[in-house]
Design a protein around this ligand. Structure first.
Ligand code: NAD
Length: 439
């Protein structure tokens, strides 16, 4: 199969590399010339474990190429995937589909024969209909079937998720498109990955429902964590106690600073907008969005209290220094989009606190977003002169800190563990004040 992937970001690049690894001939397109130049030179524009080797192997095998020339890449493709960004539209939270429609128009202009166009981007219900209308308007005589095939991979584990997915959802009623999609996913079909064929609208909504549900699970346990703190219970035991129930499941029950990242925040907002448009309110998701937003700032206030300041900072905060360990929204990515660290760093800086920080892969993106941040080169460097160290993201590099070494550089030995990485007893035995989440 010849596959064209439009958009070579976290999803497009990983999907393109994995498809080529299955044996397909893949062209990854991006309009960002610097990105394509880097990829052509063998440099990865993003951090994703294992991606560099996967790309290098498939480039060497002649199955994976990169270009900025969308028209040439479209011409010979059996399936054209759209994997461009769908961020929140500024001001109202609707999914911004500018990039999707721009890609659709460019595809339409380049089409010469029947083709299957697949939206891998996360798009609201009805977007497939609109993409199809764009294609028909430009090329009334060409059969172009539009399929919804949302992506469920997680950054940091993207290759494994793509190659061993829990399920593949394919939304189309077009028999030709169905056959093409079967051929595209045949290697996974042979591996017995469940493939769910649905209508296009059902497929589009399935992606949002999945993300909203996971965001709800996280937010639920975060509120339980607050209640645990109030009543003197331990949220980690509560998580285990409920997660061992098969009906509930153990995943996404880790209390923390709130969800962030490139998907949950924008997708929950976009789902609410769809619900509003169709006058079918989603009160649960509304509450999730509200609770999560306030939680990120609440974590900043939690750190202020750890410094001995009040919730708004005041004299107790001014002149103090905090070291943030981990800035990306989760470990094993360099993605800073909507990361809780942004709200935490901003709350601290607003209160007059000096913020030092270290992240294994996210420093470049973080310092671009948070100009006041003092970038450091490891956890111990970050902790130098700090009145508190805060674990914001649970990178492996922060799971076995040398507390003696940390304390030696800090002004006061205080650890705020927003990911509950450590055990209270061990940290306190090392002479630290330990503040965790929900226990
Ligand atoms: P991204 O911003 O990393 O990448 C998008 C790429 O598309 C950019 O490189 C951009 O230059 C390129 N692009 C935009 N318009 C283009 C055009 N007309 N022609 C060629 N290239 C174009 O975005 P991402 O994180 O990969 O997300 C892509 C989509 O996948 C979104 O809808 C997102 O919601 C969804 N998704 C993301 C994840 C994730 O973990 N990041 C997971 C599942 C689904």
């Amino acid at each position: 199969m010849r596959i064209t992937m439009i958009g070579s970001g976290y999803v497009g690049l990983v999907s393109g590399a994995c498809f080529s690894d299955f044996g397909h001939e893949v062209v990854c397109v991006d309009k960002d010339e610097a990105k394509i130049a880097a990829l052509t030179a063998g440099r990865m524009p993003i951090y994703e474990p294992g991606l560099d080797q996967l790309v290098a192997a498939n480039v060497a095998a002649g199955r994976l190429t990169f270009t900025t020339d969308l028209a040439a890449a479209v011409d010979l493709a059996d399936a054209i995937f759209i994997a461009v960004g769908t961020p929140s539209r500024r001001g109202d939270g609707h999914a911004d589909l500018t990039y999707v429609f721009a890609a659709a128009r460019e595809i339409a202009a380049a089409l010469t024969g029947p083709v299957v166009v697949v939206t891998k981007s996360t798009v609201p219900v009805g977007t497939g209909d609109r993409v199809e209308a764009v294609l028909r308007e430009c090329q009334p005589d060409v059969h172009a079937a539009v399929v919804s095939n949302p992506e469920f991979l997680r950054e940091g584990a993207a290759i494994g998720d793509f190659k061993r997915p829990d399920r593949i959802v394919i939304g189309t009623d077009d028999p030709f498109a169905r056959e093409v999609m079967r051929a595209v996913y045949r290697p996974l079909f042979l591996n017995e990955s469940p493939i769910l064929f649905t209508s296009r609208r059902t497929s589009e909504l399935t992606k949002y429902a999945a993300n909203a549900f996971l965001a709800t699970k996280i937010t639920f346990i975060n509120e339980i964590a607050d209640l645990c703190e109030a009543v003197g219970a331990d949220v980690q035991d509560v998580s285990r106690g409920i997660g061992l129930d098969n009906r509930i499941g153990r995943k996404f029950l880790h209390a923390g600073p709130g969800y962030g990242g490139s998907c949950f925040p924008k997708d929950t907002l976009a789902l609410l907008k769809t619900a509003e448009d169709f006058q079918s309110p989603m009160h649960i998701v509304e509450a999730v969005v509200k609770v999560n937003e306030s939680r990120k700032r609440a974590m900043g206030r939690k750190v202020l209290r750890a410094l001995g300041a009040n919730d708004t900072g005041g004299e107790g905060a001014r002149g103090k220094t905090v070291a943030l360990l981990g800035l990306t929204f989760k470990p094993n990515t360099d993605d800073m989009r909507d990361a809780p660290a942004i709200a935490i760093a901003t709350t601290l800086a607003d209160a007059g606190v000096t913020v030092r920080a270290y992240d294994p892969e996210g420093m470049a993106a973080a310092t671009a977003m948070l100009p006041g941040l003092i970038a450091t080169h490891d956890a111990y460097d970050a902790a130098t002169g700090a009145d508190a160290v805060v674990i914001v993201t649970e990178w492996d590099a922060f799971r076995a800190l040398d507390f003696q070494r940390l304390a030696a550089t800090m002004t006061a030995p205080v650890l705020v563990d927003l990911r509950n990485v450590y055990r209270r007893q061990a940290v306190e035995a090392a002479g630290f004040t330990y503040i965790a989440v929900g226990c």
